[in-house]
Write a protein that binds this ligand. Structure first.
Ligand SMILES: [Fe+2]
Ligand SMILES: [Fe+2]
Length: 196
């Protein structure tokens, strides 16, 4: 592990992602914890490169900055990869290609190929689900001026979205998806005044 590179990258993330509360430092800290947990539970300690995973976590959503129209979000992986390359080159980091590869594969399950890709994809999926996912969805909704119903529709979509790959993440995702569906059920009861 290169603690200085991680530390400098985190300082950059703190500066760069300040204007994005739904994809900023809280998301990064959550992903660090989920990545660690999945590695441990899946028996992958020593089999995956934690350092490149951590750096991919830090930079993977940089490409979202300055784009709050909900359009062109599809290519944020490429923008994030370019920004990570530029920053890590300045630090003369040696495994830029490996970090960039995870970033480029992070947004679509069909792109996932290495063990690191699998762990990353599963972690990122888990952080859009459950109570955290609900919080992040409404926070992002505020950022793009989306109304409440729009965020509820988005949550519903998330509750059926792509499945993770690892057994550990599948189990967590199942509980978190159920939590979202229960939340939406309650929301609909409230707006129809059937919660009394
Ligand atoms: Fe992303
Ligand atoms: Fe993310």
């Amino acid at each position: 592990m290169e603690p200085v590179i991680i530390k400098k990258s985190l300082i950059e993330a703190n500066r760069y992602l300040k204007s994005d509360p739904s994809h900023g430092l809280t998301h990064i800290q959550n992903l660090f914890k989920i990545v660690d947990y999945l590695i441990k539970q899946e028996g992958l300690l020593g089999k995956v490169d934690k350092e490149i995973l951590y750096l991919a976590v830090i930079f993977h959503d940089f490409g979202r900055i300055g784009n709050l129209t909900n359009k062109n979000i599809d290519d944020h992986d490429k923008k994030s990869a370019a920004l990570a390359t530029r920053f890590l080159r300045k630090l003369k980091y040696k495994k830029i290609d490996e970090v960039v590869s995870i970033i480029l594969h992070h947004d679509r399950k069909s792109n996932v190929c290495t063990l690191e890709d699998i762990i990353f994809y599963d972690a990122d999926i888990l952080d859009v689900l459950g109570a955290v996912g609900i919080g992040r969805t409404f926070t992002y909704g505020g950022q793009i001026k989306r109304d409440l119903d729009g965020s509820i529709k988005r949550l519903l979509w998330k509750s059926f979205r792509n499945q993770p790959t690892t057994k550990t993440a599948k189990k967590i995702a199942q509980n978190r998806r159920k939590f979202i569906r229960d939340f939406i059920k309650h929301y609909n009861q409230e707006i129809n005044l059937k919660d009394g």
